[in-house]
Design a protein around this ligand. Structure first.
Ligand code: ADE
Ligand code: ZN
Length: 335
């Protein structure tokens, strides 16, 4: 088995990280206090209670119910900055060199927090991370699939200036998967593409939902990579396509265990992805809730796939850099 020191040194990229999912209990409660937010009675009321709850969720929806309550403590531009800056500092210590990070504007605009404020706070943290830590990053806004597609389209309109300027570099789709298939969002993706043809596209698919949601995300939404995507292994034709077109899956090992998608990391189809030449990266999803950041995810996979040698890890690392949305110059630096 490779050592944690070896994994630490690998130039790691993250492609599946929800900034709201980095809200640690030790920031959540101070922010609630700072902003005068009363958390609902059913929500844990102390760091210890919240940490205990974060240990296990029944499924994706059970997690999301807590997650959306937690985000209510984020109000001021400084809160969004503090959240993202804390994340960058933490992962700098874990050997992260490039991060493509999600946020959910609708979690905030539905509470009358303007999209501009959220985006500016996160953007400032990204700029500081590059300047002071050498971590490059891209912002990806996600549409909440449990919201009406019309609301999603309005959100894209609000984001127009940021999409035009490339400050928002990509579009994604997240939240409860199974009841909300990709076809509901075809017009939204078309609209976003019409604002900036260079906008990168991704979507959560095949986490709890079927392999068909993966192929539909590629065909109907024109996504160029897929978040989670692990249920693709149930469809041979789709697997061949992912390999042929080198569509990267952004796999989240600790998340999949905490949300009971699998019982153990060893049950993830990572060997099958490698054997089928389907590229994937390893990611932390919502690390404050799932018990570990990027290096912790790498280390858990190394522990449960002890037969993987340095060459296998070098291949995973290369796929992760090649599948990134940074420019070729940055890729060459990282390779
Ligand atoms: N939002 C935050 N984490 C998510 C996940 N794992 N799946 C869907 N939506 C999410
Ligand atoms: Zn996710």
């Amino acid at each position: 088995m490779v050592s944690r020191e070896f994994l630490q040194e690998l130039p790691k990229c993250e492609h599946h990280l929800h900034l709201e999912g980095t809200l640690e209990p030790d920031l959540l409660f101070p922010l609630a206090k700072r902003n005068g937010i009363t958390l609902p009675a059913e929500f844990p009321q102390s760091v210890a209670e919240l940490e205990a709850k974060y240990c296990q969720f029944r499924d994706l929806q059970d997690f999301l119910d807590y997650y959306y309550i937690g985000t209510n403590v984020l109000i001021e531009e400084q809160d969004f900055f503090d959240l993202a800056w804390a994340y960058f500092q933490r992962v700098h210590q874990q050997g992260l060199v490039h991060a493509e990070v999600f946020y959910d504007p609708q979690s905030h605009t539905t509470r009358s927090i303007p999209l501009e404020r959220v985006t500016r706070g996160f953007q400032r943290a990204c700029e500081r991370a590059e300047k002071e830590l050498g971590i490059t990053s891209k912002l990806i806004m996600c549409l909440l699939r449990h919201m009406e597609p019309e609301h999603c389209a309005e959100t894209i309109e609000q984001a127009r200036p940021f999409i035009e300027q490339g400050i928002i570099h990509g579009l994604g789709l997240d939240s409860a998967e199974k009841p909300f298939p990709p076809e509901l969002f075809v017009e939204c993706y078309e609209k976003a593409r019409s604002i900036n043809g260079d906008l990168k596209l991704t979507a959560h698919a095949g986490e709890e939902g079927p392999a068909r949601y993966v192929s539909d995300s590629l065909d109907l939404l024109q996504a160029s990579r897929i978040d989670h995507g692990i249920n693709s292994v149930h469809d041979d034709e789709l697997m061949q396509r992912l390999a042929r077109e080198q569509v990267m899956l952004t796999v989240c090992p600790l998340s999949n265990v905490k949300l009971q998608v699998v019982q153990r990391v060893a049950q993830l189809p990572l060997q099958k992805l490698l054997d089928s030449n389907v590229p994937f990266s390893l990611n932390s999803d919502d690390p404050a809730y799932f018990g570990g950041y990027i290096l912790d995810n790498y280390a858990k996979v190394a522990e449960e796939f002890p037969q993987w040698d340095h060459a296998v890890w070098a291949r995973i690392c290369r796929h992760s850099i090649e599948g990134s949305w940074c420019d070729d110059k940055r890729k060459t630096e990282l390779l």
